[in-house]
Design a protein around this ligand. Structure first.
Ligand code: PRX
Length: 546
């Protein structure tokens, strides 16, 4: 292991004893004890221009009420409580409430459809889910298949509002052990259903250190992390670390729109901005004139994550934001915090992800687990353990073990390291799709498609796209007698949006007669992709049908 001294850093967190750490004491309660309760924790603005402000004291009291409510409904240490909410205050308040109650918080992006919810709630055995009236319908549609789900808390229901308001505003965080689980997130791989990646309270020390060192986040900052807490970035850098550091975060509860986003940066005097390459490319596509209408003089630091940040996007940001540019950062749901980055002090090599952080031993290794020479493509691997690494894959030890080879944690990404130690991203080693920075498993989309009447089978790939990085493309085989049509494509897209997720539908669909498969019947997505891109399809000797 890297010999970075986490013991010293751990002293900055609030511990009950050597092993008792509930991170809410550090991220929220401490500010009240320090007399900083008046400070703003969050400013929310909706598309209707409604503004809600939450001070640290508000967040403290309301998360205590949430924890008391959970205790009333007999939530115990280790129970799973999920949040299926848009980016509204209740999401942030109840996330903290769950942690205070000693339970494991799970988040689900508000674009998820009924099947995606069922997979997550069922696999995790969630006891309670927080949602809104509108979103609750998707859960009710599958409730009968969720025997462990005891309560659905509808945050805009009169009864719930009354009951919540009657809870006490004091609560002493349940004394969890540092290795107890704090939150979990479902994420996609190539095969099978999404996996529950589980993180421990002990991760916070490394998360805070990265927020300071990589994002340059300091007290007094006005910070905007655009990620939704349905994804790991929105939890770690949208909730845990900005609160721990006592900064004020801005949250836009609505949809992405470049002009609106610029106006928020100006209006709220954003100093640190953490976003994703797709959003940057969408802003870039709207032209420079729009940028000139706004004042960005308070911006100090810009960073990006989730997918490759192309050189043009960096150059563009340098041009329009008066020399300030987006700093690429690399990490994953599984790593729990940023691992490789263009830190403020690092000379920029445009197009590179930067260097491993001082406490990270990253290497490029071959398929046998041996390091390869500089400038050679291989598997991006990291030497475990580190404080924020996932602790398990929920009820799937086999999957968890599959991440490790010899001494290494294998990321699933292909990359190169140059002679100066900078890392260069090449692509995924598997079929995982990254569309607008969101991780989508082809199997989930294929499963949703074959549920549709008239579809026999489907193969799904990520197709390169200038703005979104990749878009989802589906190759669909129809039952004999079913006529392919544009109308059918639209119906299939609606079907996937409805059942799986609003962001995970195939933007392109092509009807074909049969799918390339291995002798054992596995769909060869590699072949579909090569054909789509007009590339050499490589060795096809193992193919059954082609
Ligand atoms: O393929 C890499 C890509 O996103 C994957 C992780 O996705 P997720 O778990 O959803 O976490 C995203 C945000 C933490 C990685 O395996 N990825 C992430 N950052 C970068 C990236 N690809 C290229 N460049 C990056 N900076």
């Amino acid at each position: 292991m890297n010999n970075y001294n986490w013991t010293e850093k751990n002293k900055e967190l609030i511990w009950v004893d050597d092993d008792t750490l509930n991170i809410t004491s550090t991220i929220i309660d401490r500010h009240i004890e320090n007399g900083d309760g008046k400070k703003l924790a969050y400013i929310f603005e909706s598309d209707d221009k409604e503004v809600i402000q939450l001070t640290y004291k508000d967040l403290f009291e309301k998360s205590n009420q949430s924890a008391n409510l959970l205790k009333k409904y007999v939530v115990n240490k280790g129970d799973r409580v999920f949040l299926f909410l848009p980016r509204i205050p209740d999401l942030y308040i109840n996330f903290l409430g769950v942690l205070k109650a000693g339970a494991i918080a799970g988040t689900m992006f508000s674009a998820f459809g009924a099947d995606a919810l069922k997979d997550r709630l069922s696999n995790s055995g969630a006891k309670i889910v927080f949602t809104t009236k509108e979103l609750s319908e998707r859960i009710l549609a599958v409730k009968s298949e969720l025997p462990e789900l005891q309560h659905i808390f509808i945050i805009d229901d009169e009864e719930y509002i009354k009951e919540f308001a009657s809870q006490k505003k004091e609560f002493s965080p349940v004394p969890t052990r540092s290795e107890d689980y704090a939150f979990m997130l479902y994420t996609s791989g190539t095969t099978g259903k999404p996996k529950g990646i589980v993180h421990a309270h002990a991760a916070l020390v490394q998360q805070i250190e990265t927020a300071k060192y990589v994002l340059d986040l300091k007290e007094g900052d006005m910070y905007w992390c655009t990620a939704d807490p349905g994804w790991v970035t929105g939890i770690v850098y949208g909730i845990l670390t900005p609160l721990a550091l006592g900064v004020t975060s801005f949250v836009h509860t609505g949809r992405f729109e470049p002009d609106l986003w610029y106006s928020f940066v100006e209006k709220y005097k954003i100093s640190v901005w953490y976003t994703a390459p797709t959003a940057i490319r969408m802003m870039m596509a709207k032209g420079d004139e729009l940028v000139k209408k706004h004042d960005f003089s308070k911006l100090r630091y810009l960073a990006s994550v989730g997918e490759p940040l192309n050189p043009e996007a960096i150059e563009w940001s340098q041009k329009v934001f008066e020399g300030k540019y987006f700093h690429d950062t690399w990490w994953q749901t599984e790593t729990g915090s940023i691992m490789i980055a263009n830190t403020p002090d690092l000379p920029l090599k445009i197009g590179s992800m930067g260097k491993p952080l001082p406490w990270v031993d990253a290497e490029i290794i071959d398929d046998e687990g041996n390091p390869v020479p500089p400038d050679t493509e291989g598997n991006l691997a990291i030497l475990p353990p580190w404080p924020s690494i996932m602790r398990t894959v929920w009820q799937n030890q086999e999957k968890y073990s599959s991440y490790f080879l010899k001494n290494w944690y294998i990321s699933g990404d292909r990359a190169k390291k140059d002679t100066d130690g900078y890392f260069w991203f090449i692509g995924r080693a598997d079929d995982v799709i990254k569309t607008s920075g969101e991780r989508v498993g082809p199997f989930e989309v294929e499963s949703a498609l074959v549920e549709y009447e008239g579809v026999i089978e489907a193969g799904v790939i990520g197709k390169p796209d200038e703005i979104r990085g990749e878009i989802i493309k589906a190759f669909v085989v129809l039952k004999p007698g079913v006529t392919p049509s544009e109308e059918l494509k639209t119906k299939l897209q609606e079907h996937v949006k409805h059942h799986l997720a609003g962001h995970a539908y195939p933007r392109e669909i092509e009807f074909i007669d049969k799918l390339p498969k291995t002798r054992s019947g596995k769909i060869m997505r590699r072949i579909l992709k090569a054909k789509e891109l007009g590339q050499d399809i490589g060795d096809t000797s193992t193919l059954e049908e082609y």
